[in-house]
Design a protein around this ligand. Structure first.
Ligand SMILES: [Fe+2]
Length: 185
């Protein structure tokens, strides 16, 4: 399973702290072991159920968010770092884990399409994501990003790292909500 996660997520290697790298990998293994989805499904299912006929897959979106978040954090460090400290490992780990709970929120229905599971209806992925990550020893500042990355986080005082991941996530999501923006295959 370790190899499966390494193949899904080359970006885990960007995390400099070996302990955090291990905790992030372990959280993804934990999610895959408890998910009704298979690893290959992640390269096929849409990244959101909120966009009809969404043309972008789960992994394409997730990896894009990690790339946006890292590059945004680096730009902010360069120009504003003296006033706004940013912990890059926390941003990268948080971005990689933000949607790990979707593995417990989604399932494949009898028609072969992805849908929200009963569990997912009760507990959206920010909640299940934190549960999976805490089990694997992921530090609180990274769990904070998982907890606060989506709309639920609007009720929380976000850290700088959580703001970055939140906006990276929405930047790669909101354009799809206007059908005029989307090129259909
Ligand atoms: Fe999310």
């Amino acid at each position: 399973m370790r190899d499966v996660v390494a193949k899904l997520w080359p970006e885990i290697q960007w995390i400099e702290n070996p302990k955090l790298r291990q905790q992030v990998t372990q959280t993804w293994i934990n999610a895959l072991e408890h998910s009704p989805l298979q690893p290959d499904d992640l390269n096929r299912i849409p990244f959101t159920l909120l966009v009809p006929n969404c043309p972008i897959t789960f992994m394409e979106h997730k990896r894009c968010v990690v790339h946006i978040a890292r590059q945004s954090a680096q730009a902010m460090q360069e120009f504003m770092g003296r006033a706004l400290p940013i912990h890059l490992d926390t941003v990268i780990a948080g971005a990689i884990l933000a949607d790990v709970g979707k593995l417990l929120e989604y399932e494949i229905g009898p028609d072969g399409e992805c849908r929200q599971s009963e569990r997912g209806e009760a507990l959206r992925h920010p909640f299940t994501g934190v549960a999976l990550a805490l089990e694997c020893g992921v530090p609180d500042e990274v769990c904070h990003i998982i907890a606060a990355h989506a709309a639920e986080g609007d009720l929380v005082k976000r850290t700088t790292e959580a703001f970055i991941v939140h906006h990276a996530d929405f930047m790669a999501f909101l354009p799809f909500k206007n059908p005029k923006n989307v090129k259909v295959k």
